[in-house]
Each structure stands twice: as structure tokens, then as C-alpha cells.
Write a protein that binds this ligand. Structure first.
Ligand SMILES: [Zn+2]
Length: 206
């Protein structure tokens, strides 16, 4: 697993700026690219000409799926890459529950939504309860999340919902009030982990 991440993380695009410069060092801009997964099984690509929603397997994770309302949100390789970054950060912070969490992602279904949803009785990140709220992500069950799309994957609540899924499997509850005191499990470390994973995803242009 570690080895694979290193190999994939090493995918770099090197663009040489002005190759016709006469002397000196050619300026180089190095951009890390999110990986393309080479999979043993054939995973069909999203087809913009077919009807939506379309459900497809995600690479790397054995039974993980995404349900798309448009092929633009998102490339399956990019979604899987963010999930791998999440697992990597999880293993650094919570190594004891790595395997349980990895298994929970293997069985995950992610549904992408175009618009926010109105939901009753939701908590913000500090545990403050709201009677009614427009939400951009929801954990529907232990194996399913709904996430509103944004232009960039790292701006969505995907990683936040992954934390809920991880806690549901590794801590005995999804902890709906986050850092609040009513439900156990979610700590400041989880909130920081979300930020870190999204920063790393953004560094890959996602
Ligand atoms: Zn939440």
C-alpha cells in the first residue's frame, strides 16, 4: 500500500518553459499530477451521452462506487486519489484503526449532488444544533454519503463525510455533533486531518 502511494505520488509533469533560451538554466515548472490508475478489471468510463445518474466503480477500492449526475463531477481516478490521501493521513494519526477504515472505504458509495439540501436537526463543526440547515454533505448510512459538487474536489465536504464514515466503523458512531460534547469520537485532530487532506488534494490540482 505504502509503496504504491509512493509510486503514484511520484507521477510528475515536467514542463520546460523556454527551450530555445541560449544559455543558462532552462526554467522548469514542476506540477504534481493526480495519478491515473491502471486497474486489472475494466472499469467503464462515465459516458456523457448516456442518461444520468450513472453509477460506476472507483479504482483501487474493491467495492467502492460513485453515482454521478454529470461526468464532470468527478473523474473516478481523482476521487479514489483523495480517498487514498485520506487513508494515508488517517494511518499517520490513527494507525490502530487503519484497517477498519480502509475496509469501510472499500464498501463506500458516494453520490454527487448538484445543489445543497435542506436538512432538519444538524450540528455545525462546533456541535451547535440547527433546526434547519442547507447542507453540502450528508452521511446517509454506514456505507453511503451524499456530497454536493464544487468546481474543485478539495472544496467539497467529501473528506468531512469520510471522517463520519471512518468514525461510524472505528469508533462505534459517526458523531453527528463533530467537536461538540453530546456525541463522542470526533476531535480537533479529525478537523485538522480534513484540512490537511484537502490541502494535499489541492496540491495535485484537485
Ligand atoms: Zn458532519
Amino acid at each position: 500500500m505504502k509503496k504504491m502511494i509512493l509510486a503514484l505520488g511520484a507521477c510528475l509533469l515536467v514542463t520546460t518553459g523556454h527551450s530555445h533560451l541560449h544559455f543558462g538554466v532552462t526554467p522548469k515548472v514542476v506540477h504534481p499530477l493526480p495519478p491515473s490508475f491502471i486497474t486489472l478489471r475494466d472499469i467503464p468510463e462515465c459516458n456523457p451521452d448516456e442518461s444520468f445518474p450513472q453509477t460506476s466503480l472507483l479504482p483501487h477500492f474493491t467495492e467502492a462506487h460513485q453515482i454521478q449526475y454529470s461526468c464532470d463531477f468527478y473523474d473516478k481516478d481523482h476521487v479514489a486519489w483523495v480517498m487514498i490521501l485520506f487513508l494515508e493521513e488517517w494511518s499517520k494519526n490513527f494507525p490502530d484503526t487503519y484497517e477498519i477504515v480502509e475496509n469501510s472505504l472499500n464498501a463506500l458509495t458516494i453520490e454527487w449532488g448538484k445543489n445543497s439540501k435542506n436538512v432538519k436537526h444538524v450540528f455545525d463543526i462546533n456541535g451547535v444544533l440547527f433546526e434547519n440547515s442547507q447542507v453540502v454533505g450528508l452521511m446517509e448510512s454506514d456505507t453511503e454519503i451524499w456530497v454536493m459538487s464544487e468546481p474543485k474536489l478539495s472544496s467539497t465536504s467529501l473528506v468531512h463525510e469520510l471522517v463520519h464514515i471512518a468514525l461510524a466503523h472505528a469508533c462505534g458512531g459517526a458523531d453527528p455533533d463533530h467537536e461538540g460534547d453530546i456525541y463522542p469520537c470526533w476531535s480537533e485532530t479529525h478537523t485538522k486531518l480534513i484540512k490537511k487532506v484537502n490541502q494535499r488534494a489541492l496540491s495535485f490540482g484537485l
